[in-house]
Design a protein. Sequence first.
Length: 168
Amino acid sequence: MDRNFYEFWGQLFQNLAKGQKQIEDFRKWFGQGLVGYESLTAMFRKAYNLDVVEEGSPDYTEFWQKSVETFQKSFRESLALMDVVPKGEYETLARKCAALEKTVAEQEGAMRSLKRISSEGGIGSPFALDELQELMKKQHNQFQDLVKNMAVLFEQDPKADRSGKKKH
């Protein structure tokens, strides 16, 4: 992190005695891209030596932009040192986490449903298919027996009695 960043924070903490309002102003100022709130902007300009460059000069805009980028980078680094995550990053991760939790819950529900169907021998389970094949074989065999019996019945002479003797 750069020296100017620490100088800015040193001045900010020295001014904390003025009350909580400055911290709230800082949060808003930082969220707006370091614009507005003239007392903070003046402190920033002084810490980053922007006060020695004339605001209307062609170099000022580029110098300002580089100073803002350096400050924001240093700010993120200082938060990382304290294991603090910026609110915007946290909210993005929280939304992703909620979406993933919803997806996981839906997938777990589908898996429970499939396991239940499988354990109950539901349609498409190996047990159900085996049972269906066995039933089809049994019906096929019964049909074959029926056809054989009918063939035997129709082959018999109608004048013969059941014992196989002819009637007179």
